[in-house]
Ligand binder design. Structure first.
Ligand SMILES: C[S@@+](CC[C@H](N)C(=O)[O-])C[C@H]1O[C@@H](n2cnc3c(N)ncnc32)[C@H](O)[C@@H]1O
Length: 925
């Protein structure tokens, strides 16, 4: 269940007559528990409660229904029940049907409310459905509710008006929904005279069956497009004439309204019943985007970007600086005035603005600073000097773009109410400004310089107008020339293999002239590149949220040389953190924030979240493209290692259509039938086999053995299979190998004594990279990398924490898994000069790791390295290995991974000094 569905279920439970016996089960059902689970609880099989009328669901909640007036005592009973602890309950809940009290045992937070109001606290209980909650939702669930109501209405209207679901009518549908949102907000905030003007017009003027709802709404919308002076001539019906002139583009143009059913009318009415005054324009906008998107609707109410995360972008980008200027100004009126003037000229531009949450938050925080200035200057009634139209955005989809503008209008009104008072706010809100400053279009195709030009140059908008005015609309210049420009946002991340043809086309147009391997770039690279080009023309700083992959692995040598060539420095960054939303288990993507500037600054700020979640800020001279303090080095693949470390190769590639590879059963059968075949059958190991101990077998036949081996029918048939597969292979280069079906397609090497095997891909959850030793009886496949007969101290290096950190950073990840590369990760790995003594010690460490694993035979690497259950002796052997190795690096253990990376990049910079600067992908024209 998503958050919206849960809210609906909880709301409907609260209005049902209270049934003390059924309540616990109905409550659990509202949070997504299946009927089978509830049946078992009802029967008592899984009910761990020791309290009368109690229901205790393990690892979840302990609920008790009690006699009237006994709620506090019952909650105490639940808290003190030994079963609560034993069953690891996370929540307690007691109710008598009149009152309800609950406690979150993890943080100690409690709620107490009338039973009928408990849906107001549904956010408090969301962890019961595996959904992490966010403060704003816990405290104020209105945004989720409004999203739910609008969604029902949207779906019902599309069902009744299928032509409005088609591409050419969707913008009309979305525009209609934006109008409704405005009306709901306006009637609850006195923007419309009287309370509930819109909803009561719906209630009184429309038929219950919905049949005339569309015409009533069309009349209302029409009224809101007629100025005061035109009212008499327009002959509006009396009830419609009560609606003020609003237009601002929102109510201009066609007044078409979809047809309503009885149900749609009911949903409209229910949506109007909510108190829209409390809407958070930042949260609500993000959430309702999904309403208009058939694919996103399943995750309704989940896509909400938390305000603290948005501030990770905006604070270091410019808000912190404004605040410190405010602090420094104290009560000095001139300084305060200068700061106010400075803010009035600031432009904020989000070129992937969605429903405008970054712009809204930036605006609201600037208004807070301005209000403080006005307070200190004794001018609290002062009209704001921060123009809403200086907050610009580009958004591809029309609905979020519509909502972005509305969200800003709502934010302006709410800020006016907060800082200047309701009366002043109301006096200025209508009519809405007809200008449109959110552009609906493709940011990678639009010219940012035309849309947000250097100060002093007029704006030339190239895209379609948002609210229906013609394309050749009046161009809107920024107010208050001469200010700073800040670019911000959370542009879309789409990996190279997931991009649509048109997205590929966007990247091609941007990058093909400057980069040969542009096809491997993530889609978000387009925003970084355009921001860099823009910063070259307009003095501006930018900061974007991005997947961390843009600072790891292959993306770095592709994108960052281009950025550096354009004079960009990273002046602040947040290292990886989870981008939270309301998704189940809050499994948001891991992201970074990167702030760029062309200005040379004496220091940069590096933010990170440490193990216990506390943020830290460090001031460092420079931040490199891997978000590590240090010079702008780019790690590029090296064909050869610079020292005597083992030669690491890819394993052998069969390209055999599976015919050379045998399962255990196939091997057994073949050898039972043809004992002679045994000499050609070897163990076969790639990443999966090494990690899970799930070994297979393969035929490994030397050229001189080929003839003899083919005498065996089972082998001959397999070789024929290989021959056919290769002869018909799609890759033309594979076809000639059909002449040698007994051989793997690419043979790197085989071991004399043993192989050190390293999987190419492995889980990011392990504390150490998997590495193993196999005897010469195993052929290593190309799913793994391998060092043949290399000294064992090489294994100690690979099994170290510092090596994992290097690989995670420079090789990057495949989805979230580590991706190991010999040329990029091993050959570049900075290793201090190792003495004989060092090597001997490391060899002993590797042996200890192998022995520690041996004790747990037949546990596999997957078993042994499960972070939750890693055996103590193995953990100890690794800790010892890290201790020995890290002493070689710096004479002590590193304090953390950041320190490890700093040391590695420092060594890497020294190691590569004098080497030509590589920006391999780059192709200057
Ligand atoms: C990750 S969302 C961020 C939106 C918003 N800031 C938030 O946090 O919810 C990225 C936004 O970029 C928009 N988008 C995708 N491709 C775009 C393009 N080529 N041009 C402009 N916007 C685009 C998407 O529609 C989406 O609204």
């Amino acid at each position: 269940m998503n958050a919206v569905e849960i809210e609906e279920a909880v709301a409907s439970l609260a209005v049902q007559p209270f049934d003390s016996a059924e309540f616990p089960f109905l409550f659990l059902a509202a949070f997504g528990n299946k009927e089978t689970t509830l049946r078992r609880l009802r029967k008592g099989d899984s009910n761990a409660s020791d309290i009368l009328n109690g229901v205790l669901q393990r690892n979840n909640i302990h609920i008790a229904v009690c006699q009237p007036g006994e709620v506090p005592a019952t909650l105490k009973l639940l808290r003190e029940s030994p079963r609560t602890t034993q069953a690891k309950a996370k929540f307690l809940l007691a109710t008598d049907g009149e009152m309800l009290e609950a406690e979150d045992l993890a943080c100690g937070e409690q709620i107490a409310c009338d039973y009928s109001n408990f849906p107001d606290h549904f956010g408090f209980f969301l962890p019961l459905a595996g959904i992490s909650t966010i403060r704003e939702i816990k405290d104020n669930p209105i945004d989720v509710r409004a999203t739910g109501r609008l969604n029902k209405l949207y779906v019902e209207l599309l069902r009744e008006n299928p032509d409005w679901a088609k591409d050419d009518r969707r913008p009309d549908m979305n525009h209609f929904m934006a109008r409704l949102v405005f009306c709901f907000f306006a009637e609850d905030t006195d923007i419309f005279d009287g309370t509930g003007l819109f909803t009561s017009a719906v209630e009184t003027m429309t038929e219950r069956d919905g049949s005339n709802t569309h015409s009533v709404l069309a009349t209302i919308f029409h009224a809101m497009n007629i100025k005061h002076e035109g009212r008499a001539a327009a002959k509006l019906p009396r009830w419609a004439a009560e609606f003020p002139y609003v237009n601002g583009g929102l109510f201009g143009g066609a007044t078409a309204v979809p047809r309503f059913t009885r149900t749609a009318r009911a949903y409209l009415y229910q949506a109007g019943q909510l108190n829209w005054r409390e809407i958070n324009p930042d949260i609500f906008g993000s959430m309702i985007q999904a309403v208009a998107d058939d694919e996103d609707r399943a995750a309704l109410g989940m896509h909400y970007t938390s305000v603290p995360n948005i501030l990770k972008v905006l604070n270091p980008l410019f808000l912190d600086e404004l605040r410190s200027q405010l602090e420094a100004a104290g009560d000095n009126k001139i300084k305060l005035l200068n700061l106010r003037k400075r803010m009035s000229r600031i432009r904020v531009f989000d070129p992937a603005c969605g429903s405008g949450n970054f712009l809204v938050i930036a605006y609201k925080h600037m208004r807070a600073i301005e209000a403080e200035i006005n307070r200190r200057r004794g001018e609290i009634e002062q009209r704001t000097e921060i123009p809403l139209t200086n907050f610009r955005g580009i958004e591809l989809r029309d609905f979020p773009a519509e909502i972005a503008r509305l969200a800003l209008i709502i934010a302006e009104f709410q800020s006016d109410v907060l800082y200047r008072g309701q009366k002043e706010a109301l006096a200025e809100v209508l009519p809405l400004d007809a200008m449109n400053w959110i552009t609906c279009g493709n940011a990678l195709r639009l010219d940012w310089l035309s849309m947000c030009p250097p100060t002093g140059t007029g704006v030339k908008l190239l895209a379609d107008n948002l609210f229906g005015t013609p394309l050749n609309q009046t161009e809107i210049d920024f107010e208050n020339e001469g200010g700073e420009t800040y670019l911000c946002g959370n542009p879309p991340y789409v990996g190279s293999s997931m991009q649509s043809t048109s997205q590929k086309g966007d990247l091609e147009e941007l990058f093909a002239p400057v980069l040969s391997s542009w096809k491997n770039l993530d889609y978000i690279a387009g925003w970084f590149f355009k921001a860099a080009e823009y910063a070259g023309a307009v003095r501006s700083d930018f900061a974007f949220v991005s997947t961390n992959s843009i600072c790891q692995g292959q993306q770095v040598p592709l994108l960052w040389p281009l950025m550096f060539e354009r004079g960009i420095h990273i002046h602040f960054a947040h290292t990886s953190f989870k981008w939270s939303n309301l998704a189940k288990s809050n499994a948001g993507v891991t992201v970074v924030v990167i702030g760029g500037t062309t200005e040379i600054r004496s220091s940069a700020s590096l933010f990170s979240v440490d193990g216990d979640g506390a943020p830290t800020k460090r001031s460092v001279p420079r931040i490199n493209a891997y978000l590590v303090p240090g010079a702008d080095v780019i790690v590029t693949p090296q064909g050869k290692a610079p020292d005597a470390r083992g030669l690491m190769l890819k394993g052998n590639m069969p390209s055999d259509g599976g015919h050379l590879v045998l399962s255990t059963a196939e091997r057994r059968e073949m050898i039972a039938a043809h004992p002679d075949a045994k000499q050609y059958v070897y163990g076969y190991c790639g990443s999966h086999e090494l990690i899970h101990g799930d070994f297979r077998y393969c035929l490994w036949i030397l050229d001189e053995e080929a003839k003899q081996a083919s005498v065996t029918r089972a082998i001959r048939m397999r070789l024929e299979g290989v021959q056919e597969f290769r002869a018909n292979a799609k890759a033309l280069t594979t076809q000639p190998y059909s002449a040698f079906p007994h051989r793997f397609r690419q043979i790197q090497n085989v071991a004399n004594n043993y192989s050190i095997v390293i999987p190419r891909h492995s889980s990011e959850n392990r504390e150490y990279l998997p590495v193993g030793i196999l005897s010469a009886d195993y052929i290593i496949s190309d799913a793994a990398l391998v060092m043949y007969d290399a000294p064992l101290w090489n294994m100690a290096l690979i099994a170290s924490r510092i090596h994992l950190v290097w690989i995670a950073t420079v090789c990057g990840q495949l989805e979230t898994r580590f991706r190991y590369s010999n040329t990029l990760g091993w050959n570049t790995f900075p290793i201090p000069l190792l003495t004989e003594q060092n090597r001997a010690e490391l060899t002993a460490c590797a042996e200890d790791i192998l022995l520690a694993r041996e004790v747990h035979f037949p546990a596999t690497i997957a078993d042994l390295y499960d972070p939750g259950t890693m055996p103590e002796n193995l953990r100890h052997a690794h800790a010892r290995n890290d201790e020995v190795l890290e002493r070689i690096y710096i004479g002590r253990r590193f304090k953390n991974d950041t320190e490890r990376l700093e040391k590695l990049f420092d060594l890497y910079t020294k190691m590569t000094v004098g080497q030509p600067k590589s920006n391999k992908g780059s192709k200057p024209k």
